[in-house]
Write a protein that binds this ligand. Structure first.
Ligand code: URA
Length: 435
């Protein structure tokens, strides 16, 4: 079938065959189909959706667009984690070394931040010298030798996703369940993961703003992942207020270190323990999620996670002294206090608004080619549920040098809602997801 007929078929809401999907993706990856036709297909998929069979075919086609890593001779099957992204989400940095400290291989392919949400690679690059762009050979060797790596996708792995994701980003087609499913699973499977723990975010700061949508995405990931032979499970977690105490690259590395030192905030510590416990269960190191969680708690208490992080940083060329001397991380040159205008309880801190305001200050990207400033961020002195008085400091903005903060203060202020009664404070984990 000619590619124009493929576009017409999806535009009209009809189901595409495996072969039509495969051929389209193959031809697009090698440059036979122009971006404008691929963009039309993406928009048709966004508007019309895809059946589970189409989503699986799309995922397989994207997976087969490049190489597929197969790890051999490892003590356990490689386990990965994927978060659908949020503000203040630094969990990968604490989670990977903790899980790897049990001998479970964690080949982690991460991304950069865009729009309101941060990216793990940008956070890691605030560690002096840390290399996130390794070759595929270095990736394999580090997993086999050290049991863990955190790096960016390489050109060989799911190249169709690289091209399609860049296109989705500029055509308003990112928040689509079949497109997100195929994007995440093609990359993870290509990178050699055999099991995957999901952190599907829900709320104003997430792609999926309602529980119904988050469940739909979780179900799609579980079903397609299962068809690909991956073990998939995880959690739906809240993304209304930013996670933890800090937002911003160097500040989030600090918080991840705090978690590994056993003095992290309650929500980010809990998420680390829960996701880590589930990863250990899927790997077969723990018989149950509860046992896995206890093991992660033990690895925080005895410093095994910290030691593993030192080794990962060294292996990737970074200055591992930051683990014990976080003052070596880039730090703000100026600070701005954000004060409470009223007496009352903090009802909400809108994660999306916080992310967008910090991006304007240089912490994030408004365009893919933007550079980020690792020093910029927000230190939240109080979170939702806290009682505050007029003039009390709600948060401290950490400023870099090259962006004008005017206007950002009012944007950040607008992220806070203060009311006369204590709000209901909801737990960070909404529910578990499993096949
Ligand atoms: N993360 C991905 O890797 N892909 C998506 O489509 C969305 C989030």
């Amino acid at each position: 079938m000619h590619r124009l007929q493929v576009l017409e078929k999806k535009r009209d809401g009809r189901e595409l065959s495996d072969e039509e999907i495969r051929k389209f993706i193959q031809d697009y990856t090698v440059g036979l189909i122009p971006d404008y036709q691929a963009a039309a297909l993406l928009m048709a998929i966004y508007l019309r959706g895809m059946t589970p069979a189409e989503t699986l075919a799309l995922t397989r086609a994207m997976l087969d667009s490049g190489e597929r890593v197969v790890f051999e001779g490892l003590p356990y099957a490689p386990v990965d984690k994927h978060s659908t992204g949020g503000v203040g989400d630094k969990i990968t940095l604490s989670l990977v070394p903790l899980v790897a400290s049990f001998g479970v291989p964690v080949p982690m392919l991460s991304g950069r931040g865009l729009g309101h949400s941060g990216g793990t690679l940008d956070k890691l690059e605030s560690i002096p010298g840390f290399r996130v762009q390794l070759t595929l050979e270095e990736y394999k060797r580090q997993v086999e030798r050290l049991g863990a790596v955190i790096m960016g996708q390489t050109a060989e792995l799911a190249p169709a996703d690289r091209k399609l994701y860049a296109l989705r980003d500029v055509t308003a087609t990112v928040p689509s369940v079949p497109l997100i499913t195929a994007s995440i699973l093609s990359k993870k499977a290509a990178g050699g993961a055999r099991a995957l723990v999901l952190d599907v975010k829900v709320g104003s700061g997430a792609f999926m703003q309602t529980l119904v949508e988050a469940r739909r995405l979780a179900r799609s990931l579980l079903e397609v992942g299962g068809e690909l032979g991956l073990k998939v499970s995880g959690f739906i977690t809240r993304m209304e207020e930013p996670l933890g105490r800090f937002v911003g690259h160097a500040l989030e590395v600090r918080e991840a270190l705090d978690i590994l030192h056993g003095r992290g905030p309650q929500d980010t510590t809990e998420l680390t323990e829960m996701l880590g416990g589930e990863m250990l269960r899927l790997a077969g190191v723990a018989a149950s999620f509860e046992e896995g969680r206890r093991k992660i708690q033990a690895a925080i208490a005895d410093g095994r996670g910290l030691e593993k992080l030192r080794r990962i940083i060294e292996a990737q060329g970074g200055d591992a002294r930051v683990v014990d001397e976080p003052q070596r991380l880039p730090a703000a040159v100026e600070h701005l206090e954000l004060k409470s205008p009223a007496e009352g309880w903090i009802q909400a801190i809108d994660a999306r608004r916080v992310g967008l305001a910090l991006a304007r200050l240089g912490a994030g990207r408004l365009k893919v080619e933007d550079c980020v400033d690792p020093r910029v961020g927000l230190e939240m002195r109080h979170k939702v549920g806290a009682r505050v008085t007029p003039g009390e400091v709600l948060a401290v903005v950490h400023l870099g040098k090259w962006r004008d903060p005017s206007g950002v203060e009012s944007l950040l202020r607008a992220a806070y809602r203060i009311g006369p009664a204590p709000p209901a404070v909801e737990p960070v984990v909404v529910e578990r997801i499993s096949p």
